[in-house]
Design a protein around this ligand. Structure first.
Ligand SMILES: [Fe+2]
Length: 496
């Protein structure tokens, strides 16, 4: 008994040689790249990364001190898919302290300095926090959005302008995590870039490789954000397949369809492999629909691309581009209703839904199938905000229900607030507002690449900022007020 306290040292001693092996013996094929994080509740964090070879046992070393990573977590989750140039590895770190900074390194890293993350605040924690939001963001540089375009494309970056990734990287200290509800990397833009002669030294037969190079470029570019801040994603149409939803070569008249896509570049394959969103703890489905709490907010991610419900399988039903379904009939809708019904609005007064396609917009692209299915639930359960993209503009509406503007505006509305900001940037990445703007529109712009930031001040006030990527300035700001009292202290007495 006298030496029982030493038993905690045993795993530490055993772990140290593995840790040293992990980052001192570097094999480039097993060296971690594209590191990314996702919340799995307040006491767990999924660490994901890619390697150019399959890992037998993906392993992460971690701890509370940067140079004493005495804990080890492993998994057998290392997989690839046809055409992928890499393997996707995932390890879930569990039994963590909430709202706590941890340091970590995936095994095989050549970094001498560990990465770090902070676990989620427990549900009910009233501490103010902010979240960054990007939608419709592809790779920047020679494979994506740059200062030049191909033939017939527009909206290049201005010389010297910051990209959205660069601006968010500079403002990393201003938010706790990143939301990206759909259209991620724009690997399928390879076809448009190829047709418009933007890509040098490639041809259409290089498709499988170009598609994956764009994917790799994007996640490499994002790593200085996603290795430190959880990156919570939702499915968009550009995750579905390789043909960009059907691209026509105007010079030849050829309309390309999904039939040109090799196995591995259809049906959301890459998206399903690359991420491990918290669907397991929330009863959702893969990376398609799920929810999680963070402090005073309940975040829900929905799938606007497939599995809508009420007999509607997607926004473009009948299209040959159709993907899914991935769940049973009405599985998403039933899950969403149950999830909304189970929210404790005293503990998490804010309910925010992220999805890819707009229900209200002033630039077209409205998903009427989506609003037909989801909007009644948003109203029934008093969803505070639905945030989306798909349309490459910024449109902030008033709270709306069935096309009617809430007479209270943002001052304690009964209806849900809808915001579109799909202007994060990708090849040829801005759309055009349609005038006259819809009557519910409060602010709109279609000339600047941008991202957004939510700040939850307390249980009654949250602020949305729209930020110009090229200089980091806030060009639109609005605060939603909800009249409610929050006096729930039960979060201070967690169940563990
Ligand atoms: Fe989209």
């Amino acid at each position: 008994m006298r030496f029982a306290f030493l038993t905690w040292l045993l795993p530490v001693v055993l772990a140290l040689p593995q840790y040293n092996d992990g980052y001192q013996t570097v094999d480039s094929s097993t060296q971690p790249v594209q590191i990314r994080l996702s919340y799995q509740g307040p006491t767990a964090m999924m660490v994901s990364w890619n390697t150019f070879a399959q890992l037998h046992r993906p392993t992460v070393y971690y701890g509370l001190e940067p140079f004493f990573l005495y804990q080890v977590a492993t998994s057998s989750d290392s997989s690839t898919y046809p055409t992928s140039l890499t393997y996707n590895n995932h390890v879930n770190l569990t039994h963590l302290w909430p709202d706590t900074t941890y340091y970590y390194l995936p095994a095989g890293s050549n970094s001498t300095v560990p990465y770090s993350f902070r676990t989620a605040k427990v549900a009910g924690d009233p501490t103010p926090f902010s979240v960054a939001v990007v939608v419709d963001m592809g790779t920047f540089g020679p494979l994506g959005l740059s200062t030049t375009t191909g033939v017939g494309a527009a909206n290049p970056l201005q010389p010297g302008a910051h990209t959205t990734i660069q601006d968010i990287s500079q403002q990393l200290h201003t938010f706790d995590f990143v939301l990206h509800p759909g259209d991620i990397s724009y690997a399928d833009a390879w076809l448009k870039e190829e047709i418009q002669q933007y890509l040098p030294n490639t041809s259409r037969v290089d498709n499988p490789t170009v598609y994956e190079h764009i994917n790799n470029a994007f996640y490499d570019e994002l790593v200085n954000i996603t290795a430190y801040k959880p990156y919570m994603v939702s499915p968009g149409n550009h995750e579905a397949n390789c043909d960009n939803g059907g691209t026509t070569d105007k010079t030849t008249g050829i309309k390309y369809t999904e039939s040109i896509c090799p196995v591995g570049q259809t049906n959301f394959t890459g998206y399903r492999n690359r991420f491990r969103m918290p669907s397991q703890p929330s009863g959702g489905l893969e990376n398609f629909w799920y929810s999680y709490d963070y402090g005073m907010t309940h975040f829900i991610s929905i799938d606007t691309e497939t599995d809508l419900g009420h007999g509607l399988l997607g926004p473009d039903e009948g299209s040959p581009e159709f993907s899914g379904p991935f769940g049973l009939m009405n599985q998403q809708l039933t899950w969403l209703q149950n999830d909304l019904a189970s929210v404790n609005r005293t503990r998490t007064p804010w309910v925010i839904v992220l999805g890819h396609r707009p229900f209200y917009n002033s630039a077209g692209g409205i998903c009427t199938n989506c609003s037909a299915v989801f909007e009644p639930l948003f109203y029934q359960y008093d969803v505070d905000l639905y945030f989306c993209g798909h349309s490459h503009v910024y449109v902030r509406t008033a709270p709306v229900y069935l096309n009617q503007t809430d007479p209270n505006g943002l001052n304690n509305p009964r209806f849900t607030w809808y915001v579109v900001n799909g202007a994060a940037g990708h090849y040829d990445g801005l759309d055009t507002l349609q005038y006259p703007l819809m009557p519910y529109t409060q602010f709109a712009q279609d000339t600047d690449y941008s991202w957004s930031r939510f700040t939850f001040h307390n249980c009654t006030h949250m602020t949305l900022e729209a930020i110009a990527s090229n200089n980091g300035s806030v060009y639109d700001e609005a605060t939603l007020f909800k009249n409610r009292t929050c006096n729930d202290d039960s979060w201070k007495f967690p169940p563990w």
